[in-house]
Design a protein around this ligand. Structure first.
Ligand code: GCW
Length: 716
């Protein structure tokens, strides 16, 4: 009996320890195993001096205490004045003595309101480390960055760091519904427990805010862009207020999605026409009501006249009318309107990839100052690979905000390991040539290209109430990496992977090197086994899980995969060049020239811009058919390689996370083969060609793949 109980207890203990590991994200604060380094750190960190007592500063202290306690196994004492030496002094600029301010000196000129300074200083010949900023939130960011130095085993000698975010709005977009389902969510249900709010504050809300603050995320849109007007009723606003109160000390502002027809649905008006005075007034009053509860409310995110959502066009008005009316409502309170450019219409026979540009580009310069237009990274829809959206570089007089998708709607849900910062970086580094060479998308987004003050980067969240937040342990890296790139869109995805691995798993080089390599390759792997050479949107319909290149029966043409690949016996690909839809003309002429010509078009984008014959010669001399088949095979091989890499990591991490990733990679391998076989069998009907040597033969028929159904695929 006793032994059984002991076994049970041991199980519970180990279970909760594991649960904690997954749950703790990149804030593991594992004990530093390099004893030399640990004792060096201990010597230099002999207590904390706190200059101030705001909520945010208290959080900063607690974080330092926790981090140091776990990593160095000593609990640092907290003082309110500087005594002795080797203290970490923390406080915002105004709390610093004039002596310290002098030491920090010109560093304050290098940072903006949310920036931080981490500096080794000497006061009366005694050494200390100063962590400061213009505001307490900058201090908190500094603290997380300082702890990351320890987590990644960096030196803390001669520190001299001054850093500030390059975008103002660094925000998660939750596509969370009020019933707690999450559109395109694969990590369980929504974190927001509306039923228990406002009185019950789940610890998760605090942990969520903490995780976001640790990577510099400063905003969250709580609700789905396919919006429900109820969120704007007093009953729900009270709950939103409770969340805002939790997030505030972490520097996170709350935003909501505004359903354009809300004045009718909850306001009792007959219209939602943005030019109607009653409608404009209704929104003004609504804004005032929200700001009364939440003085730092961020503003609204709006999806209008897109995929059936209501909008100004229902009343013969346009996006400018709609956005500006809402902008007026929130302007007195300093709020912003994030108006989405994700529009396409079934009534528009034009190439879907051209529609957002066609509709929005003419509005350049017409939006009010507090409107920012939110543009997806590519012109179709968060595909494994898309060329950058042509609106970037085409609306110099309008602040444009980047929208990335962190949740893996088209990238294997939360079962595939795909390191997305690699994708984000590819887009941010793309050159729009708006003002000649070097007009990077990153410069459009951070406002430096056209001198915009209002800037932002949004990521569609991959977070749910799963124990590990994101479903796949490695999907945590995509949340982390998004935050880091929103802070600094010029960061290298490799650096980010390195940081994340060290903070999440281990500093052991034998682990870091191969696993980092695996992460960096994973994005290309998914492109290869799903949509190589510029193919896109050939996922199965509705849920977008698995291959469905054959789907052709949906009411709207552009919902059908056949619309995108256009395979026939002559070849494959969407001709968006001059001989086709001329979508290439939406780019600056330098870019247009490159994409328009098959000779210069990067092969990774070939079938995005061109319809070519099955015998088309690729740069390596292979025919298109053979090259494409080999790419599919390469993708499968890459996943096999990922499995091999992972299998060698066992000694370096806890058994549970090892096992979890091992099982997920097994699924990914199975599904990569599914993608390869289903797509090649399908396209083979048109090419009429044998599979080249080196490509494994499918073991199932095309009919079998077509028969697969997933009635309860999540997120749909
Ligand atoms: O990618 C598509 C998704 C929809 C989503 C839409 C959008 C929220 O399939 O689920 O709706 O994009 O971004 O508005």
């Amino acid at each position: 009996m006793i032994s059984l109980r002991l076994i049970f207890l041991a199980f519970i203990v180990s279970f909760s320890a594991t649960a904690q590991k997954d749950y703790k994200l990149w804030l593991q604060y594992d004990k530093i195993t390099n004893t030399g380094l640990a004792s060096e750190y201990r010597n230099k960190l002999q207590g904390i001096v706190s200059l101030g007592n705001s909520e945010t500063l208290k959080i900063s202290i607690k974080e330092l205490e926790t981090g140091i306690f776990h990593m160095l196994e000593n609990k640092p004492e907290v003082f309110s004045e500087i005594k002795g030496e080797n203290k970490i002094i923390i406080g915002s600029k105004t709390s610093l003595s004039s002596e310290i301010q002098k030491v920090a000196g010109s560093d304050f000129n290098k940072i903006s309101e949310e920036g931080f300074i981490i500096k080794s200083i000497s006061l009366k010949n005694k050494k200390h480390i100063l962590i400061t900023g213009k505001n307490d939130i900058g201090v908190l960011y500094g603290v997380y960055n300082f702890l990351r130095l320890l987590q990644t085993n960096k030196t803390i000698d001669n520190l001299n760091i001054a850093d500030a975010p390059k975008a103002n709005i660094r925000i998660l977009n939750h596509w969370d519904n009020l019933d707690r389902t999450v559109e395109r969510g694969y990590a369980g249900f929504s974190l927001w427990n509306w039923q228990k709010l406002p009185d019950f504050i789940d610890q998760r809300y605090i942990d969520y805010a903490r995780a976001n603050a640790s990577v510099g995320i400063n905003g969250t849109v709580l609700t789905n862009v396919n919006a429900n007007a109820l969120i704007l009723t007093p009953q729900y606003l009270e709950k939103v207020e409770a969340l805002a109160n939790v997030f505030r000390p972490y520097g996170i502002k709350v935003y909501l999605t505004a359903r354009f027809s809300a004045p009718i649905e909850i306001g009792g008006l007959k219209t939602a026409d943005p030019k109607d005075a009653d409608v404009a007034n209704w929104w003004k009053n609504k804004a005032a009501e929200i700001y009364k509860r939440i003085p730092d409310f961020g503003g609204f995110l709006i999806k209008a006249n897109s995929e059936g959502q209501p909008g100004p066009q229902n009343y013969g008005r346009d996006h400018v009318d709609g956005a500006n009316m809402l902008a007026d409502a929130v302007a007195p309170f300093g709020g912003v309107i994030m108006w989405r450019a994700f529009v396409y219409s079934e009534h528009d026979a034009n190439d879907r990839a051209k529609q957002a540009y066609a509709e929005f580009q003419p509005y350049d310069g017409k939006f009010k100052d507090n409107v920012i237009v939110q543009v997806k990274n590519g012109a179709i829809d968060f595909q494994p690979r898309e060329p950058f959206h042509p609106l970037f570089g085409a609306m110099p007089k309008t602040p444009l905000m980047m929208e990335f998708q962190i949740t893996q709607e088209y990238l294997g849900f939360s079962t595939h390991l795909v390191y997305l910062p690699k994708l984000y970086q590819e887009v941010l580094e793309s050159d729009t040539y708006q003002k000649g060479k070097g007009s990077l998308v990153a410069k459009v987004v951070d406002g430096t290209l056209d001198h915009h003050k209002l800037t932002g980067i949004a990521g569609v969240s991959n977070i749910g109430n799963d124990l590990n937040w994101t479903g796949h342990p490695f999907a945590q890296a995509n949340w982390y990496g998004f935050g880091r790139l929103a802070w600094d869109p010029y960061l290298d995805s490799e650096t980010i992977a390195d940081e994340w691995l060290r903070c999440t798993f281990s500093n052991n080089e034998n682990f870091i090197k191969p696993v980092k390599e695996m992460m960096l390759q994973s994005r290309e792997a998914v492109v290869n086994y799903m949509t190589p050479l510029g193919l896109h949107h050939i996922m199965d319909t509705g849920h977008h899980y698995g291959p469905g290149p054959w789907v052709s029966n949906l009411s709207r043409p552009e919902w059908n995969p056949v619309y995108y690949h256009k395979a026939d016996k002559n070849g494959i690909g969407f001709d968006r060049s001059k001989t086709g839809t001329n979508a290439t003309a939406q780019y600056a002429s330098e870019v247009e020239k490159i994409f328009d010509n098959t000779e210069t078009c990067p092969e990774k984008d070939l079938l995005w811009f061109h319809h070519v014959s099955w015998d088309y010669k690729l740069k390596n001399g292979q025919t298109l058919w053979n090259g494409m088949a080999l790419k599919y095979q390469e993708g499968v091989d890459q996943v096999k390689e990922m499995q091999n890499t992972w299998n060698k990591t066992k000694p370096y991490l806890d058994a549970e996370r090892f096992k979890e990733v091992e099982m997920l990679l097994n699924i990914q391998y199975k599904e990569a083969k599914w993608w390869r076989d289903a797509c090649l069998l399908y396209f083979q009907q048109f090419s009429g060609k044998e599979l080249p040597k080196g490509v494994e033969k499918p073991t199932e028929t095309l009919e079998y793949f077509k028969s697969l159904k997933f009635p309860f695929a999540p997120g749909n």
